[in-house]
Write a protein that binds this ligand. Structure first.
Ligand SMILES: Cc1ncc(COP(=O)(O)O)c(C=O)c1O
Length: 391
């Protein structure tokens, strides 16, 4: 099946956070947004058709996820990740980060410590802090070519107050797809120290051919018993605005506690009418589109890596193993983070996420979203080149 990922769709004036909401510090009159992690591609035709048929019905009353919704999720997990959770382990949430917050509130107490592995997705920090829990930063190790988890530091940083670890797998922003061996080594520490694990696997579908996503909860029944996994079709099929995601807890005791917490947040239990339909259509019919998307993104990541190498002096990057995000290293330019953002936003006119927002290890970096048609990608890269060229 052929899908057209080259077509540029105008997203301005659609209430898009990426395109219509100014990034702080940007004064450029026509900046090109390559920041917020959604893509500039229409969702798969099968998803749009399913949504259109619900829209045409005209009645948008209270909606619950039907049995076929749970079946579509378990089929997807089995076929794409080789992971087979029971349908009863699945809980609807509008977002994976909603699920993370419910898990934090359910399984930890104020003052407890939660491990994050920065540089990492910024809302993890806010989720811990807003719930009055404390962050333990276990910084990733960078060897110049790739990143790994610092398990020695993790062992030494855990205290009796440490209750949970948030795993970002695949990892936003560095693009690592953790290997089974890496995950097993991490799992051993979580077992030794009796930690809950929130495995944010929202990027699990976006993995390039050289890597393979391993669901953390699939490693052993002992790890499954302490893991809450977050997945969603939102990144993979570009439907983040529909608010469709799930968390999975295979341990019935944890699931029952999550159910109770979920019910306490009045209004959360009813699903969004369009989200239910879109999730099911994406997981049932979206695989060919996703495969075509991955091959398009593979081209984009290689194009960016080659452009950075050949034409952006003082900038470096590596190919991500997963995600449609690339982590660009500007440290050789020796600019402060404020100066770096100013050059990119106001001189080059291209909006990337500031690395500083991703916590320790993020200074001097910017995150580039490559989930866009080639024409936009090349426009962004050329803007970067001109913005960084002196004079
Ligand atoms: C690692 C990670 N988790 C969660 C999210 C957002 O999830 P949601 O919108 O479902 O809360 C993102 C979005 O970029 C992400 O990169």
């Amino acid at each position: 099946m052929d899908f057209d990922f080259d077509h540029v769709v105008n997203r301005r004036h659609t209430n898009s956070i990426k395109w219509d909401f100014p990034i702080p510090g940007c004064r450029h009159e026509d900046p090109l947004p390559m920041w917020v992690a959604d893509m500039d591609f229409p969702a798969p035709p099968m998803v749009r058709e399913a949504i259109q048929s619900v829209a045409q019905h005209g009645i948008y009353g209270y909606t619950g996820p039907p049995p076929s919704y749970f079946e579509a999720i378990t089929n997807w997990c089995r076929l794409r990740y080789g992971y087979s959770p029971d349908e009863s382990a699945i809980l609807y949430t509008p977002g994976v980060i909603t699920g993370l917050n419910i898990a934090i509130q359910t399984f930890t107490e104020p003052g407890d410590e939660i491990v994050l592995q920065p540089p990492v997705y910024p809302p993890f920090f806010a989720s811990v802090r807003n719930n009055n829990r404390r962050i333990i930063n276990n910084r990733l190790i960078a060897d110049g070519r790739s990143y790994s988890m610092d398990l020695d530091h993790l062992r030494s940083a855990i205290t009796p107050r440490t209750r949970m670890l948030v795993l970002c797998s695949p990892h936003n922003p560095v693009g690592r797809v953790w290997s089974e061996a890496e995950l097993r080594a991490l799992g051993e520490i979580c077992l030794e120290h009796d930690l809950f694990v929130f495995a944010d696997e929202i990027h699990a579908d976006l993995v390039y051919p050289e890597a393979r996503h391993v669901t953390f909860a699939s490693l052993s029944p002992e790890l499954a018993a302490r893991t809450i996994t977050g997945i969603a079709p939102s990144k993979s099929f570009n439907i983040a605005g529909l608010k469709a995601s799930v968390i999975i807890a295979e341990n019935p005791r944890l699931k029952a506690e999550l159910d109770r917490a979920h019910q306490r947040i009045f209004g959360l239990y009813n699903a969004n009418t369009f989200a239910v339909t879109a999730l099911e259509a994406a997981y049932r019919h979206g695989a060919p589109w996703l495969d075509a998307l991955l091959s398009y993104l593979d081209g984009n990541r290689r194009r960016v890596a080659a452009f950075v190498e050949d034409r952006l002096q003082g900038v470096s990057t590596t190919l991500p193993e997963g995600t449609f995000l690339m982590w660009l290293d500007f440290r050789a330019l020796q600019l402060s983070q404020a100066q770096l953002c100013d050059v990119l936003y106001n001189t080059a006119g291209v909006l990337l996420n500031s690395g500083a927002d991703f916590g320790p290890g993020g200074e001097g970096f910017m995150r580039l979203n490559i989930g866009c048609p080639q024409a936009l990608l090349m426009e962004g890269l050329k803007r970067l080149e001109h913005g960084l060229t002196p004079g």
